[in-house]
Design a protein around this ligand. Structure first.
Ligand code: ZN
Length: 87
């Protein structure tokens, strides 16, 4: 088991944004929250039958004003190895 640590996600995404606070593309809000859980975006090439299987584990940022959700691939942030090490 590789336990997700949301603090690692927030630290990684903050580093990649160089301290810049993004604006929500829908409402322009600049306050975001995250969750203690990851989301898994299922991937496949059959549009009529998407099974549980290959997926992209993502951390989430959620706009506190309108609830718009953004997903960030944990692998791209270098967190998959880190989470495994902590498991
Ligand atoms: Zn918003």
């Amino acid at each position: 088991m590789a336990k997700y640590n949301p603090n690692h996600f927030i630290e990684a995404i903050s580093n990649r944004m160089s301290g810049r606070v993004p604006a929500c593309p829908y409402c322009g809000g600049q306050k975001f929250t995250s969750t203690g859980n990851i989301a898994a975006i299922l991937i496949g090439d059959d549009t009529s039958n998407l099974n549980l299987g290959p997926h992209i584990p993502c951390g989430m940022l959620i706009c506190e004003n309108c609830g718009h959700m953004e997903f960030f691939a944990l692998g791209s942030l270098g967190l998959m190895d880190k989470e495994t090490d902590n498991g």
